[in-house]
Design a protein around this ligand. Structure first.
Ligand code: PLP
Length: 381
């Protein structure tokens, strides 16, 4: 009954872990979760009040499929001013970030086409390729160089079927930012091979050191980059499904067709929430300051535990240490931490083959939990 493409989508690698975590919780165990993929902060009040008020004013109907004009203009202005990308409202579609990625895949990839995906990289990049019948091809990030681009690695993975390269900086799960050198390598490869770059910039606001650079701001890249971004992580509003894509105008009309016949438009109230969020940097700054203190805490804690070798993440709320423990793989290790220490983490293998022998700790949890979690880990050793 099930189509080949849907049948080829793998179930979540961590589903059994999650079920076990819930079982232990139900037994009354004090589980410390380091697996949360969203900020543990409340959505800013002013954003919610504004969106609610707009709803009471009658903004509960369809909007244009591309999104409300005011928001598209404001997003374009943000990218011109903050990201140095010269776009206008005609380049913007308002759509949830994950769906922005899916629209991009649908628009660019025919069955059999190949898309290069970072390894390690976020779990959905691969499965979305399966959904559209395309072939995901991993490119390894260079762990020895803080997960930067390895030029030879990417060049070796390109062939006639390659259509696009997906990049994610700042990265889930590594917490690293691509430096200018990595971006220039990507630009040169994309231009030389006539490829599109899909740039997932959803963690751009959660940066502690260094600067996020949008690849679309590099010479020659505007016309071959689709940028996706959103408000889930910057304003702790994952449930509002507010995001957007930025693309060359000739692609927008095709992408709009996809949006029209699937989502229709982004939820109207969440578009108004996004409009307000673009004016609210204060809450983001507070959140980033808190994440930075937690990052320092978990980095120094894990660094002192002999089984881990840790790269300090410059961004996001993830840390991705390598471990070496009695020959265990990452799934076994995650199970051990859950059963013996009541700590939940995501096994690195979920993020691709290079994620093996790593664990992803999310520090989207309180400092008390981080301190207690590190203490439990010390006991294991
Ligand atoms: N891209 C990355 C790297 C993510 O980690 C996530 C969510 O976890 C998304 C995109 C999707 O974001 P949203 O839930 O806002 O669609």
């Amino acid at each position: 009954m099930v189509s080949r493409s849907v049948n080829s989508v793998a179930p979540s690698a961590t589903i059994s872990l999650l079920a076990r975590e819930n079982e232990l919780r139900a037994q009354g165990k004090n589980i410390i979760s380091f697996s949360l993929g969203e900020p543990d902060f409340d959505t800013p009040k002013n954003v919610l009040e504004y969106a609610c008020n707009e709803m009471y004013l009658g903004k509960t109907h369809y909007t244009p499929s591309l999104g409300i004009q005011e928001l598209r203009e404001k997003i374009a202005e943000k990218y011109r001013k903050e990201n140095n990308v010269s776009v206008n409202a005609k380049n913007i579609i308002v759509t949830p970030t994950k769906f922005a990625l899916y629209i991009s895949y649908l628009t660019l990839l025919d069955p059999g086409d190949e898309i290069l995906i970072p390894d390690p990289g976020w779990v959905s990049y691969v499965e979305m390729a399966h959904l559209v019948g395309a072939r995901p091809v991993y490119y390894k990030l260079n762990e020895k160089n803080s997960f930067q681009i390895d030029e030879e690695e990417i060049k070796n993975k390109i062939n006639k079927k390659t259509k696009a390269i997906l990049i994610n900086s700042p990265s889930n799960p590594t917490g690293s930012l691509f430096n200018m050198n990595s971006l220039k390598i990507l630009r040169d490869i994309a231009i030389e091979n006539d490829l599109v770059i899909i740039s997932d910039e959803i963690y751009e606001k959660l940066v502690f050191e260094g600067k996020h650079i949008s690849i679309a701001s590099l010479d020659g890249m505007l016309e071959r980059t689709i940028t996706v971004n959103g408000f889930s992580k910057s304003h702790a509003m994952t449930g509002l499904r507010a995001g957007y894509l930025i693309a060359p105008q000739e692609l927008i009309k095709y992408m709009d067709n996809v949006q029209q016949h699937t989502l229709t438009c982004s939820p109207t109230f969440s578009q108004y929430a996004a409009l307000k969020a673009l004016d609210d940097n204060e809450d983001t700054i507070k959140m980033v300051n808190e994440f930075k203190e937690r990052r320092d805490l978990i980095y120094s804690g894990l660094s002192k535990i002999s089984i881990f070798s840790v790269i300090k993440p410059n961004a996001t709320f993830y840390i991705f240490p390598r471990f070496n423990y009695n020959g265990k793989n990452s799934m076994e290790m995650a199970n051990i931490l859950l059963e013996n220490l009541n700590i939940s983490v995501v096994p690195g293998i979920a993020f691709g083959p290079s994620g093996e022998n790593h664990l992803r700790f999310s520090f989207s949890t309180s400092k008390e939990n981080i301190i207690e979690g590190v203490e439990r880990l010390q006991k294991l050793i």
